[in-house]
Design a protein around this ligand. Structure first.
Ligand code: ADP
Ligand code: MG
Length: 867
C-alpha cells in the first residue's frame, strides 16, 4: 500500500521512531493526571503558563500538557486519545502535516497541540472546510478546553439575516433553549471570538477577516489578533484544491456593457473545426482565419469595428469580449462547470463539485457566461483587497495540517508551504478490500455496470456509498437508480448541515448514498448508523449485521483528476478497523482518460480486442490511467505554482502597504513623516522647473504648481523668486510650508491635527492601493501577451510590477502633500473612531456633491466622504 511512497517510507519510519519516546513520556504522566481532581486538573493550565513565563519551552511542557488534555478528554467527552493520536498531535505541534486516515479521530487529535500552543496566550486557529464543521468541532471539543480553563469560539458566515453576530463562544453556563443542538453556544462578536484561546473557522472566514482588518480605519475595528498558530483540517482540500482561486473583496464598478450580449449572440453561429478549433488539453479555443473573417464581417455590420482588422490595437477590448464569449460558449458547460440558480451563474468547483457561491470567474469570463445564459449581467467589480490562500497561510508563525490524503501531494506542500508530511499509522489495522478497476469503452455501458453492482449489493442490504465527480453525474446516476426503483439519497455539498445528518446514516442497512466528493466530508460513517439516533440494543444488532455483510461498499464512478481524491472516497469505508470494500469504474470517455491518457489506454484496448460490453481489469490499463492522473496532478500543480509566482509579486507590495497602514493605526509619528514628504515634493517641484539658466525658468508655472499644494502669501511671487538662487527658493518655500503647518496645527489643536494626518494618509494609501491592485491585474494580462515575443511573462510582470509599485509610493506622497493643507475638522458629531471619514471636510469652503472629494480619493464627494 505504501509502495508509491518509495524512499519516503524510510524517512517516515525514522520520524515515527523519534515520536515513540515522547509518547512514552506522555503515558508515564497518565496515572498522576488521573488522580487529580477536576479543579486540580484545571489548575495545571495556570501552572504551565507560569512555567512558560519562567523560561520553559512548549517542547518542555508537551508531555505534561498532552497528558492533561488527554485526561480532560477522557473525563468530559469520554474519549481517551490513542497512542497514534498522540503521535499525530506531536507532529501537528512541530508544524508539519499529519496524514491520518479518515475516521482516525483527527478532531480529537487537534485538541492536544491546540491546548499546548494556546498556553502562550497568543491564540490558535483551527481551519475547517465548511462552516458547519467550524461549529460542530468547536462545540464537540468545547468541554475539553473548558475543563482546562481555556475558551474556544467558532466564527462562520451569516446563516440568516437575523444573525448579526456570526460567532459563538462555548460556554456551559449559557443555555439557549431554542437551540437543541448547540445550546451552550453564546453569541459573541468576531473580536471576542478571536480573543478566545482557540478559534475554529473556515479558510474563507479567516482570510476575509484578515483582508477586512487591513481595510479598517481604526485599530479598534480589527477583529484578528496575531496570526500565531493554525492547524488546517482536510489540509489538502484547503491548501491545494481551494488554493486555485484567491480570496477577493470587490466592489461594484461601472455598469456592464451590452457587448457581452452581442458576442453571446454571434459566437454560437460559428462552426466547430471550421471557424474555430479546440485544444482539449489546455482547454483553449482558437479562431481560424475563416472564423475571424466571419466575426469581422458581423462586427462591421453592427458598426462595432474600430479598425478593419480585429487584432488591431484599436479593437483590443473587442477581442477580450470575443475570447470570453468563445470560452463561455464552447468550453464551459452548464451543470458541469457552473450552474444557473435564481438568475445567477454559480461556479462549480471542478475538483470537488461544490458550488462556490459568491466567487466569480475573472477578467470578464463570468459576464460572458451570464450573457450566454441570458441572465442579468452582474456589474463588473473592482478589486478592493485580495490574497491567495497560499500567502494568507504563510503569514502564520507556525502552520500545521491534517488529512487522510497528503502523501501524494508531499512535494507541493513542501515547495509552497515548507510543510513536511508524516504518515501516522492507523490505530487498528485497515482491512478494507480495494478491488481492481473495471474499465469500459464508453460511459453508457459503464454506468449500466455501476447500476448492476449497486443492485447486487443493495439486495443483500450492504450499505453503499457511490462517489461521482460532478453534480451532473450524480443526477444522471440518480435517474438510473430511480428507474430501477432503488431508493437513495443524493448529496451535492450544498447544505452541509443537512448532508451531515444524511451521511451519518450512510452506514445503515440498505442505505444507498450518491455523493460528490466533498459532500459530507468530515462526518463519520459509522456502520449501523449514528448510535445517538437509535436505541442502543437495536443499533448494536444493526451494526453487527452490517459487519457481517462486509461493511460499507464504496463505488467510484470515475477516476478523479487527482489520485488523492479517489483515496479520500475509498477512505470513507474501513474506518477504525471496520470491514469494507471498494471498486472504481472507468470508461475511455471519462475526462481524465480522454484528456490525458486517451491514446495509450485506447491503443491498448484496441490491441487486446475488447468489445463494448466486456470490461477489462488489467494492471496495464490501470497503470496507464494512474499515469494520466499523475500527469494531471502535475499540470494542476503548475497552475497553482504559477498563481503563487504571480501573487508573490503583489504579496511583497501588500506586506509593505499593510505594514505602513498598521503603523499609522498604531499611532506612528506621521507629522515628521508628512513634513518630510512635503519637503521632498517641494524640492522635486523646484528642481523640475528651475533649469540651470535662471532666465528660462518658468516661475509663474512653479507658483501655480505650488498653489495646488498650499495657499501662498503675496510675498511669494514669480518676481520675488526670480531674484533667488534655486537653493534659496527651496529653503524659503520649505520654511514657509513648515510655518504654515505649525499655524494650522495651532488652529486645529494638536490632537485634531494628528487625526487629520492619519485620515489623509489612510485615504491616500487605501484608494491608491486599490488602483494599484487593478493596475497589477491589467499588467498581468498584458504580460501574458508578451509570451508571443519570447519573453517570460513573469519576468515582465515582476519588472513592470516593481515600476508600478514605485509609482504607487510616489502617488501616495503626492496625494498626501496635496491634501494635507486643504482639510480640516469641522465638528465632531460622531465618535471619531467609528466613521472618521465623514468628519473630514475642507476648510472654509463648502464642497459640492459632484466636486472631487477633498480627502484626495479622486472620487466625487457624494460617492466618498459625503455619502
Ligand atoms: P477524522 O476527522 O479523522 O476522519 P473524526 O474526528 O471525525 O475522524 O472521528 C471519527 C470518530 O472516531 C468519531 O466518531 C470520534 O468520536 C471517534 N474517536 C476519535 N478518537 C477516539 C478515541 N480516542 N476514542 C474513541 N473514539 C474516538
Ligand atoms: Mg475530520
Amino acid at each position: 500500500m505504501l509502495k508509491w511512497l518509495g524512499s519516503l517510507v524510510d524517512s517516515n519510519e525514522k520520524e515515527l521512531k523519534h515520536l515513540e519516546p515522547i509518547v512514552a513520556q506522555i503515558n508515564s504522566h497518565e496515572p498522576d493526571f488521573q488522580r487529580l481532581s477536576d479543579a486540580e486538573l484545571r489548575a495545571k493550565t495556570d501552572e504551565f503558563k507560569a512555567r512558560l513565563k519562567n523560561g520553559e519551552t512548549l517542547d518542555d511542557l508537551l508531555p505534561e500538557a498532552f497528558a492533561a488534555a488527554r485526561e480532560a478528554a477522557r473525563r468530559t467527552i469520554g474519549e481517551r486519545h490513542f497512542d497514534v493520536q498522540l503521535m499525530g498531535g506531536i507532529v501537528l505541534h512541530q508544524g508539519k502535516i499529519a496524514e491520518m486516515k479518515t475516521g482516525e479521530g483527527k478532531t480529537l487529535v487537534a485538541t492536544l497541540p491546540l491546548y499546548l500552543n494556546a498556553l502562550t496566550g497568543d491564540g490558535c486557529h483551527l481551519v475547517t472546510v465548511n462552516d458547519y464543521l467550524a461549529r460542530r468541532d468547536a462545540y464537540w471539543m468545547g468541554p475539553i478546553y473548558h475543563a482546562l480553563g481555556l475558551t474556544v469560539a467558532s466564527i462562520y458566515p451569516q446563516q440568516s439575516p437575523a444573525e448579526h453576530l456570526p460567532a459563538r463562544l462555548y460556554d456551559p453556563d449559557y443555555a439557549d433553549e431554542k437551540d437543541t443542538r448547540w445550546p451552550h453556544f453564546r453569541p459573541v462578536s468576531r473580536q471576542q471570538a478571536y480573543h478566545a484561546d482557540i478559534t475554529y473557522g473556515t479558510n474563507n472566514e479567516f482570510g476575509f477577516d484578515y483582508l477586512r482588518d487591513n481595510m479598517a480605519l481604526d485599530l479598534s475595528q480589527y477583529v484578528q489578533r496575531s496570526l500565531n498558530y493554525a492547524i488546517v483540517d482536510e489540509v489538502d482540500n484547503i491548501l491545494i484544491d481551494e488554493a486555485r482561486t484567491p480570496l477577493i473583496i470587490s466592489g461594484a464598478a461601472e455598469e456592464a456593457t451590452e457587448k457581452y450580449y452581442t458576442f453571446a449572440r454571434l459566437v454560437p453561429q460559428l462552426k466547430r473545426d471550421e471557424d474555430y478549433t479546440i485544444e482539449e488539453k489546455e482547454r483553449q479555443v482558437y479562431l481560424t482565419e475563416l472564423g475571424m473573417t466571419k466575426i469581422e464581417r458581423w462586427l462591421r455590420r453592427d458598426g462595432l469595428l474600430k479598425a478593419p482588422s480585429l487584432y488591431d490595437p484599436a479593437n483590443y477590448s473587442l477581442t477580450q469580449y470575443l475570447e470570453n464569449a468563445l470560452k463561455a460558449n464552447v468550453l464551459f458547460k452548464r451543470d458541469r462547470d457552473y450552474m444557473v440558480k435564481d438568475g445567477q451563474v454559480i461556479i462549480v468547483d471542478e475538483f470537488t463539485g461544490r458550488l462556490m457561491f459568491g466567487r466569480r470567474y475573472s477578467e470578464g469570463l463570468h459576464q460572458a457566461i451570464e450573457a450566454k445564459e441570458r441572465v442579468k449581467i452582474q456589474r463588473e467589480s473592482v478589486t478592493l483587497a485580495t490574497i491567495t490562500f497560499q500567502n494568507y497561510f504563510r503569514l502564520y508563525q507556525k502552520l500545521a495540517g491534517m488529512t487522510g490524503t497528503a502523501a501524494t501531494e508531499a512535494e507541493e506542500f513542501h515547495k509552497i508551504y515548507k510543510l513536511e508530511v508524516v504518515v501516522i499509522p492507523t490505530n487498528k489495522d485497515m482491512i478494507r478490500i480495494d478491488n481492481p478497476d473495471q474499465i469500459y469503452k464508453d460511459e453508457d455501458t459503464k454506468f449500466k455496470a455501476v447500476v448492476r453492482e449497486i443492485e447486487t449489493f443493495h439486495q443483500q442490504g450492504t450499505p453503499l456509498l457511490i462517489g461521482t465527480v460532478s453534480i451532473e453525474k450524480s443526477e444522471l446516476l440518480s435517474d438510473l437508480l430511480k428507474r430501477r426503483g432503488i431508493p437513495h439519497q443524493v448529496l451535492n455539498a450544498k447544505n452541509h448541515e443537512k448532508e451531515a445528518a444524511i451521511i451519518a446514516q450512510a452506514g445503515r442497512i440498505g442505505a444507498v448514498t450518491v455523493a460528490t466528493n466533498m459532500a459530507g466530508r468530515g462526518v463519520d460513517i459509522i456502520l449501523g448508523g449514528n448510535p445517538a439516533d437509535s436505541d442502543r440494543k437495536e443499533w448494536q444488532e444493526e451494526h453487527d449485521k452490517v459487519i457481517e455483510l462486509g461493511g460499507l461498499h464504496v463505488v467510484g464512478t470515475e477516476r478523479h483528476e487527482a489520485r488523492r481524491i479517489d483515496n479520500q472516497l475509498r477512505g470513507r469505508s474501513g474506518r477504525q478497523g471496520d470491514p469494507g470494500s471498494s471498486r472504481f469504474y472507468v470508461s475511455l470517455e471519462d475526462d481524465v482518460v480522454h484528456r490525458f491518457g486517451g491514446d495509450r489506454v485506447k491503443g491498448f484496448m484496441d490491441w487486446a480486442g475488447f468489445d463494448e460490453n466486456t470490461p477489462i481489469e488489467h494492471s496495464m490499463v490501470s497503470k496507464a490511467i494512474e499515469n494520466a492522473q499523475v500527469r494531471v496532478e502535475g499540470y494542476h500543480f503548475d497552475i497553482r505554482k504559477h498563481l503563487v509566482d504571480y501573487d508573490d509579486v503583489v504579496n511583497k507590495h501588500r506586506e509593505v502597504i499593510y505594514a505602513e497602514r498598521r503603523k499609522i493605526l498604531e499611532g506612528a509619528d506621521l507629522k515628521a513623516n508628512i513634513q518630510s514628504m512635503i519637503r521632498d515634493e517641494i524640492e522635486k517641484l523646484v528642481a523640475a522647473s528651475c533649469s540651470h539658466d535662471l532666465m528660462e525658468t518658468d516661475f509663474t508655472g512653479l507658483i501655480e504648481e505650488l498653489a495646488t499644494i498650499l495657499p501662498l502669501p503675496p510675498q511669494i511671487n514669480p518676481e520675488a523668486l526670480s531674484r533667488m538662487k534655486p537653493g534659496q527658493i527651496t529653503e524659503k518655500l520649505i520654511d514657509y510650508a513648515e510655518q504654515l503647518y505649525e499655524q494650522r496645527e495651532k488652529e486645529q489643536d494638536a490632537e485634531n491635527m494628528r487625526l487629520l494626518e492619519r485620515l489623509v494618509m489612510l485615504r491616500a494609501i487605501d484608494s491608491l492601493w486599490m488602483e494599484h491592485l487593478t493596475a497589477m491585474d491589467h499588467l498581468r494580462q498584458q504580460a501574458g501577451l508578451q509570451a508571443m515575443r519570447q519573453i517570460e511573462p513573469i519576468v515582465v510582470y515582476k519588472k513592470e510590477g516593481h515600476a508600478l509599485f514605485e509609482s504607487l509610493i510616489a502617488s501616495i506622497q503626492h496625494d498626501v502633500v496635496h491634501t494635507i493643507y486643504k482639510v480640516s475638522l469641522t465638528k465632531k458629531e460622531a465618535p471619531a473612531q467609528r466613521q472618521p471619514q465623514k468628519v473630514a471636510v475642507p476648510a472654509g469652503k463648502k464642497v459640492g456633491r459632484n466636486d472631487p472629494c477633498p480627502c484626495g480619493s479622486g472620487k466625487k464627494y457624494k460617492h466618498c466622504c459625503g455619502r
